[in-house]
Ligand binder design. Structure first.
Ligand SMILES: C[S@@+](CC[C@H](N)C(=O)[O-])C[C@H]1O[C@@H](n2cnc3c(N)ncnc32)[C@H](O)[C@@H]1O
Length: 401
C-alpha cells in the first residue's frame, strides 16, 4: 500500500514519530498524526504555497491557467469582441450608440459564430476540467486530507468554529463556477478552491500577492484605529490573512457559509502561523456584537448571493461596524457601473448561464450606493483602487458616521 492510500483511521492508530509540526506544514507542537509530511504535501511548498500532490496535475492546472488568460484576458477575448462588433454592424446595430441593444440580440447574433463559440468553450470547458481534476486528486486521498483537517481543527494560533447543524440557505447550494459540490457540499471545497484563486493578479497570485495588494489598498478609519477586522465570505481566508499581515496587532476574523472553506482556511493559517480566527457563519447574521469592527471587507462575495441577501448583508454590516468604521467591498461593480457595452453584457450572460454564477444578474440589478445609504452608511465612490480590477478605477468605501 502506498503512503497515499492509507486508511484514514489507521493514521490515528499508528505511533510513528514523524509529526506534521516537524515538517513545518502545521505549527502544532504536539501533532501526533502518524503521517509523513510528503504524504500530505508530497511536493512541499514554495513560500506560502502548497504545491499540488503530483507534477502531472500541477502542469495540467498551469496549462489551463494559461488557456484562461489567453481566452479571457488577452488574445481570444479581443478577437471575440471584434467579431461581435462586426456581426452587430452587419445587422445594422450601432454598438457605440444603440441604447436599445438587447442581450437577446447579442445572443441571437453571436451564438453560432465559430470565433465566439470557441471563446465560450475555451473559457468554460477549462473551468470544468480545472475543478474536476482538482476534485479527483483530493478525493483520491480523502483519508489523508480529512485527517489533516481533524488534526488542525482545535489548534492555532487562530481559532476555528464550525457549525455543522446550522441552516445553509438554498441559494448558496450551487455548483458555482462548475465546482462540483460548490462551497458547501464538498469536504475538500477549500483545498480545491485555493487553486482557482491562482488566476488573480494576472495569474501570479501564488504568494497571495493579489490579496496582499487589496489588503494594502484598504482605507483605514479616519481616527487611525484598527483593532478588529472582519472579512465576510472569506473563502480560504486569503484576504483575512493578508489583512492580518498588514495589521499584525488587530484581531482578524474571516467568516463564510462554507464549512469546508473556513476549515481549510484554518489549516492554511496554521501552515503559515497566521493568528486569524475563522468561523462558519452567514454574512446576513454574523453573531458579532453591535458597533464591533473597525474595518469590514468582502472580496467577490456579493455577485454570488441573491439581491435580497446582499441587502440583508448591508444591514448586518451597518450594525456590526463601529461609528467611524468602514466597509471596503471588492466586487465586479464596486469600481465601475454595470457593463453597458455589448461585450461586457455578453460576458455577464455567459457566466450566469454557463459558469453557474446563478446570482450574477441579480447583483447587476442592485443599486449599491442606494442600498448602502438606505442602511445608514455614507458612501464614497472615490475610495482607493483595490488593485483587483484591471481598470484601476477608485473603489467605493462605505463609512458608518
Ligand atoms: C467567490 S468566493 C470568494 C472567496 C474569497 N473572498 C476570495 O476572494 O477568494 C465567495 C465566497 O462567499 C461565500 N458566501 C456566499 N454566500 C455567503 C453568505 N451568505 N454568507 C457567508 N459567506 C457566503 C462562499 O461560500 C464563498 O466562499
Amino acid at each position: 500500500m502506498s503512503k497515499l492510500e492509507l486508511n484514514r483511521r489507521s493514521l490515528f492508530a499508528g505511533t510513528a514519530a514523524v509529526s506534521l509540526a516537524s515538517s513545518g506544514l502545521i505549527s502544532r507542537a504536539d501533532a501526533a498524526v502518524a503521517v509523513t509530511p510528503d504524504a500530505v504535501a508530497p511536493r512541499g511548498k514554495r513560500g506560502i504555497f502548497r504545491r499540488l500532490p503530483n507534477l502531472n496535475l500541477e502542469s495540467y492546472q498551469d496549462f489551463l491557467r494559461g488557456v484562461r488568460q489567453w481566452s479571457n484576458f488577452y488574445g481570444l477575448a479581443a478577437a471575440c469582441e471584434e467579431r461581435m462588433a462586426e456581426i452587430l454592424k452587419k445587422e445594422g446595430i450601432d454598438t457605440a450608440h444603440d441604447a436599445d441593444l438587447k442581450l437577446d440580440h447579442i445572443i441571437a447574433f453571436s451564438e453560432k459564430d465559430p470565433i465566439i463559440t470557441l471563446y465560450g468553450r475555451a473559457w468554460l470547458d477549462g473551468q470544468y476540467y480545472k475543478f474536476l481534476t482538482l476534485r479527483d486528486a483530493f478525493h483520491a486521498n480523502a483519508d489523508l486530507y480529512l485527517s489533516e483537517m481533524e488534526a488542525n481543527d482545535k489548534v492555532g494560533p487562530g481559532s476555528l468554529e464550525l457549525n455543522p447543524t446550522m441552516h445553509i440557505p438554498e441559494y448558496t447550494k450551487h455548483e458555482i463556477h462548475t465546482q462540483l459540490g460548490g462551497y458547501v457540499g464538498d469536504p475538500f471545497a477549500g483545498y480545491i478552491y485555493l487553486y482557482d484563486t491562482l488566476i488573480l493578479n494576472d495569474g501570479a497570485n501564488e504568494q497571495d500577492t493579489g490579496f496582499l495588494t487589496i489588503a494594502n489598498a484598504s482605507p483605514v478609519p479616519k481616527d487611525g484605529k484598527v483593532r478588529r477586522i472582519h472579512d465576510l465570505g472569506t473563502g480560504v481566508g486569503q484576504l483575512a490573512t493578508s489583512l492580518k499581515r498588514r495589521f499584525p496587532e488587530a484581531e482578524v476574523w474571516g467568516t463564510d457559509i462554507g464549512g469546508p472553506m473556513v476549515r481549510y482556511a484554518h489549516v492554511r493559517a496554521n501552515d503559515n502561523n497566521w493568528n486569524v480566527n475563522f468561523a462558519q457563519r452567514l454574512a446576513e447574521d454574523t453573531k458579532f456584537p453591535d458597533n464591533h469592527f473597525d474595518i469590514i471587507t468582502s472580496m467577490q462575495m456579493h455577485h454570488e448571493v441573491t439581491a435580497e441577501a446582499t441587502k440583508a448583508i448591508f444591514k448586518e454590516i451597518a450594525r456590526t461596524l463601529r461609528p467611524g468604521g468602514l466597509y471596503y467591498p471588492i466586487d465586479t461593480r464596486t469600481s465601475s457601473a454595470t457593463a453597458k457595452d455589448f461585450f461586457g453584457r455578453f460576458n455577464g450572460y455567459l457566466t450566469y448561464r454557463w459558469n453557474h454564477e446563478d446570482w450574477w444578474m441579480e447583483w447587476e440589478s442592485v443599486d449599491i450606493k442606494k442600498e448602502l445609504t438606505a442602511v445608514g452608511l455614507k458612501v464614497d465612490e472615490n475610495g482607493p483602487s483595490s488593485g483587483f480590477s484591471r481598470n484601476g478605477r477608485p473603489n467605493l468605501v462605505a463609512y458608518k458616521v
